[in-house]
Design a protein around this ligand. Structure first.
Ligand code: URA
Length: 201
């Protein structure tokens, strides 16, 4: 990794750790920056920290994280090869969902992280991550495992691992989607210039 990238990621991390842009800074134990390969070809974006992430200050370290690790390993991808991050960085009180205003305040950290990492594929785990990029009428149930080209990367919507923990009948589909992702990565997809596509950056 170049020194400049290292410096900019460290700066982003420090800003997240010390963030006081919304009231969630009062209730969190720790803010949770992204982690993993700074030059990853693939990023996984979750919703936000749960109780374990809040305690350890790391993304996907609870039950959903264990399942994510297992799903990655199942298709021959190491967690250390990818980047793992979230839409929001602080656990809301009582574990409620983040409010729209909190998501809006926090999202620029994620967009900056994506710009710095420069992945080829951004996997959106669940509807909250999906709706940061695509209209709310589209839901994971309909668009999972279907790549969506953007100007600089492909979006790859996927079920959130927590969905498969809540509904074990989803697990075979979730595993199949990880196999589809691996095949997509192995196909070395390239982006055509997107006519009329608005960049988020
Ligand atoms: N852990 C995370 O870091 N993000 C989620 O969305 C769920 C669990």
């Amino acid at each position: 990794m170049g020194r400049e990238l290292e410096k900019r990621l460290a700066d982003l991390r420090q800003r997240i750790l010390g963030c006081k842009k919304c009231p969630l800074c009062e209730s969190r134990t720790r803010a949770v920056p992204g982690e993993g390969n700074p030059q990853a070809e693939v990023m996984f974006i979750g919703q936000g920290p749960g109780a374990n992430e809040d305690r350890w200050g790391r993304p996907f370290v609870g039950r959903a994280g264990d399942l994510l690790n297992e799903l990655l390993r199942g298709v021959g991808i190491e967690r250390s090869d990818v980047r793992i991050s979230n839409v929001t960085r602080c656990l809301p009180p009582g574990g409620r969902l983040p409010f729209a205003a909190e998501i809006k305040t926090c999202a620029p950290y994620l967009l900056e992280e994506i710009e710095l990492i420069g992945p080829k594929v951004v996997c959106l785990l669940g509807n909250m991550a999906l709706h940061l990029f695509v209209e709310k009428s589209k839901v994971i149930h309909e668009v999972h495992a279907k790549p969506i080209p953007q100007e600089k990367f492909f979006l790859f919507p996927m079920y959130h691992p927590a969905a498969a923990l809540r509904r074990p009948d989803l697990l075979p589909q979730v595993k199949a989607d990880f196999a589809t992702l691996k095949a997509f990565l192995d196909s070395k997809p390239t982006l055509e210039p997107q006519l009329g596509q608005q960049s988020l950056f």
